[in-house]
Design a protein around this ligand. Structure first.
Ligand SMILES: NC(=O)C1=CN([C@@H]2O[C@H](COP(=O)(O)OP(=O)(O)OC[C@H]3O[C@@H](n4cnc5c(N)ncnc54)[C@H](O)[C@@H]3O)[C@@H](O)[C@H]2O)C=CC1
Ligand SMILES: O=C(O)[C@@H]1CCC=N1
Length: 271
């Protein structure tokens, strides 16, 4: 793709494939993409599915304009040690790992290599991703714009100060899992109430999609939209009363604090 150059994606698991598929759908020429994946079967699967070159040797990132790090935070130290001899300041390194700071990455690469930290999410697989990007200390506007253009192939992109990335991870990085958990719970409730599972699933999924679309298209505050559904003395009020009694709001705050804390801890952990 013009202007954005070649991209090497290191780690083709869930998020690596999500990024790769977004780049291909976004118009990147498969010939401009390289994947480094150590699992042989997975490598073969991706080469077949996307028509990209997949290798196991990290040294092959030499020469790629952008290097995207999409391995687990726990594998980041060893991957950086292996690529360091092959990376130069003319390349841009983009890290998608939770918790890993730009300082951590910069400290393990040759001096001056520009690094952008990204927190993406899995809806990128259907072009509805939410990615937040932050520049490291050697980044200029061109580097940030290049990372932004790359992530824009998968959905929306916002720029945030790096100190907000742990909170971002807790909200939009992990967020799809909370919403899937709510969906699972509502489907189970529907089955409990006597609906066939397939009917319950269709009702819940369309309700989620419709509600999300209302949030985006009306721009109304969620409280206003919730109040419109809540008739005095009606069914919704009875349900919300149960959610409040079970402290669901406090549980969400506690859950996201735990995710934020885990993000902070990940850069320092080996587990
Ligand atoms: N899954 C998600 O929803 C999100 C994940 N992330 C971040 O993305 C990163 C990857 O997460 P997942 O894709 O879920 O993990 P994953 O375990 O599915 O994928 C990691 C991949 O990296 C490969 N790998 C590990 N070491 C390697 C090496 N030395 N050379 C080549 N390949 C190597 C593994 O074989 C695996 O395929 C993590 O840092 C995570 O924090 C960020 C946002 C959302
Ligand atoms: O659970 C995790 O650690 C990764 C980061 C955000 C979503 N998944």
């Amino acid at each position: 793709m013009s202007g954005t150059g070649t991209v090497a994606v290191i780690g083709a698991g869930v998020m690596g494939e999500t990024l790769l598929s977004g780049l291909v759908r976004g118009g990147y020429d498969p010939g401009s993409l390289l994947v480094v994946e150590k699992r042989r079967e997975r490598a073969a699967e991706l080469a077949e599915r996307y028509g990209v070159r997949v290798v196991a040797d990290l040294a092959e990132v030499a020469g790629s304009d952008t290097v995207a790090l999409v391995v687990k935070p726990q594998d980041m130290g060893s991957v950086l040690a292996e690529i360091a001899p092959h990376v130069v300041p003319g390349q841009l390194v983009v890290s998608l790992a939770a918790g890993i700071t730009t300082a951590y990455v910069e400290g393990r690469l040759p001096a001056g290599v520009p690094v952008v930290r990204v927190m993406p999410n899995t809806p990128a697989l259907v072009d509805e991703g939410m990615a937040a990007i932050s520049p490291g200390s050697h980044c200029d506007e061109e580097h940030l714009a290049r990372a932004e253009a790359m992530l824009a192939a998968t959905g929306r992109v916002v720029r945030v100060p790096e100190k907000q990335q742990d909170a971002v991870t807790a909200i939009s990085g992990s967020g799809p899992a909370y919403l899937f958990f709510v969906v699972e719970s509502m489907i189970e409730a529907g089955v409990h109430l006597g609906l066939p599972r397939s009917t319950a699933t269709e009702l819940v999924v369309q309700t989620l999609v419709g509600s999300a679309k209302m949030l985006r298209e009306t721009g109304e505050h969620p409280t206003v939209l919730r109040e419109r559904v809540t008739s005095p003395g009606g069914t919704t009020a009875a349900a919300i009363r149960q959610l409040e009694d079970h402290k669901v709001r406090a549980a969400f705050i506690g859950a996201m604090e735990a995710a934020r804390d885990r993000s902070v801890a990940l850069a320092a952990s080996d587990d």
